[in-house]
Design a protein around this ligand. Structure first.
Ligand SMILES: Nc1ncnc2c1ncn2[C@@H]1O[C@H](COP(=O)(O)OP(=O)(O)OP(=O)(O)O)[C@@H](O)[C@H]1O
Ligand SMILES: [Mg+2]
Length: 568
């Protein structure tokens, strides 16, 4: 981050105490980022602050360092409160504070978030953690119980202030503002600041200084290359597999719209051999933390997440962000793609847009101040040469570990087999599992058809079937798909949307003939005997099965489902 402001100041010029400067030095921070250069002196001077700077530009240190400079470790009381919208972020900010405070003896920071037991939190608050980093929900719980004390509070920081307002925490934040002592210094940070934030700032802050490091036009980083792939919904999974073959992905975060979609897609990716996992608000807190940790440590390469991971998450390995589903709004897009290209590194953001969504692109281009370049889907040739390059790299790497022993083996094999070296190499390749995909033909992915001719739903052209047996019977999408593949002779890609209800399951499939239905009838999946039948929904009928059921002949006269349900 050294190529920024013209007369770049040094950390030593900003007025920070020696223990913090030493910590920055040991962390390898050379020069302050622009937001740090501006925010640190302002906060050290005691002013309130609204800090607006792009994703990945060091806002955490911009507030953490001045907060730490103001902490008196000899007083065992909470002196600063930092609020973050998500649990992962609370933990991450607490960890950052701990790192910056590595030379402040006796310093303690506490992360307070839901999904973790109260008892240790009470104890740590009792002992007087110097800084508390909390999510609004859990903080409100503690405020109700009176376990957090505000008397010594000197700083209040809202990281991702706009998101917390958007999540509906306005009243809780209001209560916090009311509760902190009058002279508490306040700071709000984010990469995006919609109008609502300023209203809060005006109400609760003392003439806050506003530091804005980008014009409203460009809220995302120029280290991020943005591209769009036009893909119909039902080709997204194939397109994603292609993407993974041709793009130099180190780690990727994939954003989908719903929790269910994050589970389904991560399962499908795992089934295709990728180190993938889901991250969404329904998972246990322990699992959520494990996923982030495994991603950081390189044990996972793909995390399929909902917007719970869109804000603040700082994982150096993330080289790519994929918007598998379009975000709800442009702010969310800015934050999502900001998970890559952090701290001056470069990153790639790819967006899957169906033809119908194409018209929304200009909104995102406007929000990021950048063009989102359309990119042709990788051709079969590109996929093949991507695979070949990967294999070549592997062989080159392997060459470093071969020696006389391997060469001698080759000599012996040549003699034994009576083959030419080229023949032998070809045979060896044929036994190599990873070379298998190279001899298989690769089909070109169909480009998304033009808008008018298609219904760009992943279920288009499919028929809706009703499967007797739902979640409450223990039926799950993955085993169901496996059974459809095994007993119904379907290919995975042919299977559309699966919707699990309590008592039954709705699934979109190509039209099945009676013999296939017969084969599937009675097949046991997780102890449930499948009963599967075509299931058109007469207009106006709800998801719930009605009794008495419509007569069978209605089914035959209406092969196509009325309207697929909205994905939830
Ligand atoms: N001065 C610096 N020199 C080098 N690296 C830095 C510096 N300041 C911060 N970083 C690193 O940059 C990365 C991004 O910082 P941070 O998470 O604070 O960004 P952010 O602005 O809060 O982004 P977001 O808007 O996504 O939350 C972190 O890994 C951090 O350690
Ligand atoms: Mg941040």
């Amino acid at each position: 981050m050294s190529d920024t402001a013209p007369a770049a100041p040094q950390f030593a010029d900003l007025g920070l105490p020696a223990p913090l400067l030493e910590a920055l030095n040991s962390l390898g921070y050379e020069t302050p980022s622009p937001i740090q250069a501006e925010a640190i002196p302002t906060l050290l001077a005691g002013e309130d602050l609204l800090g607006l700077a792009q994703t990945g530009t060091g806002k955490t240190a911009a507030f953490s360092l001045p907060v730490l400079a103001g902490i008196d470790v000899s007083i065992r009381a909470t002196q600063a409160l930092v609020l973050t919208p998500t649990r992962e972020l609370a933990l991450q900010v607490a960890e950052a504070l701990q790192r910056y405070a590595q030379n402040m003896r006796g310093f303690s920071v506490l992360a307070l978030y839901g999904g973790s037991p109260f008892a240790p939190q009470f104890k740590a608050l009792e002992r007087g953690a110097h800084v508390v980093v909390a999510t609004p929900g859990r903080l409100t719980d503690h405020m109700r119980r009176g376990s957090i004390k505000f008397d010594n509070m000197r700083f209040l920081v809202l990281d991702e202030a706009d998101e917390m307002l958007k999540m509906g925490f306005a009243d809780d934040l209001e209560a916090v503002f009311e509760k902190v002592p009058e002279q508490t210094q306040k700071a709000l940070f984010s990469a995006t600041m919609p109008a609502g934030v300023r209203t809060v700032a005006r109400k609760h802050m003392r003439e806050p200084k506003e530091i804005r490091l980008h014009s409203g036009k460009s809220s995302s980083l120029d280290t991020i290359t943005q591209k769009v792939w036009e893909v119909a919904n039902h080709h997204k999974l194939d397109a994603m597999t292609r993407l993974l073959e041709v793009e130099p992905v180190e780690a990727m975060i994939v954003f989908v719209r719903t929790k269910t979609a994050s589970l389904e897609l991560s399962e499908r990716l795992e089934a295709r051999g990728f180190a993938a996992a889901a991250l969404n608000g329904d998972l246990s807190q322990q699992l959520r933390e494990q996923v982030v940790d495994r991603l950081k440590r390189g044990l996972l390469d793909i995390v399929v997440a909902t917007d719970v991971a869109a804000r603040g998450l700082d994982v150096e390995r993330i080289s790519h962000v994929l918007n598998y589903d379009l975000p709800h709004d442009s702010e969310s897009y800015v934050h999502r793609i900001g998970r890559t290209g952090r701290a001056g590194r470069s990153g790639t953001a790819i967006l899957f847009a169906t033809p119908r969504e194409r018209r929304l692109l200009h909104v995102l281009e406007k929000a990021t101040g950048q063009k989102i370049e359309p990119q042709a889907l990788p051709s079969a040739d590109a996929v093949r040469s991507g695979r070949l390059t990967k294999l070549a790299t592997r062989l080159q790497n392997a060459a470093e570990n071969t020696g006389a022993l391997h060469q001698q083996l080759v000599e012996e094999l040549l003699q034994l087999t009576n083959m030419e070296p080229l023949e032998l190499a070809a045979s060896l390749l044929a036994t190599l599992p990873s070379a298998k995909t190279l001899v298989e033909p690769v089909a070109d992915l169909p480009a998304a058809p033009p808008r008018r001719e298609m219904s760009d739903d992943r279920d288009s052209g499919l028929v809706r079937y009703k499967v007797q047996g739902g979640r409450s019977n223990g039926l799950m999408p993955k085993p169901l798909v496996d059974a459809l593949v095994k007993h119904g002779g379907l290919r995975r890609q042919q299977i559309g949307h699966i919707k699990m209800f309590t008592e039954h399951t709705g699934v979109f499939l190509p039209q099945l003939d009676q013999s296939v239905l017969g084969k599937l009838a009675g097949v046991e999946v997780n102890g449930v005997a499948l009963q599967i039948r075509e299931w058109p929904l007469p207009p106006g009928e709800t998801e719930r099965p009605r009794s008495p059921r419509p007569p069978r002949k209605d089914f035959a006269s209406k092969p196509r489902a009325a309207k697929p349900p909205r994905r939830s």
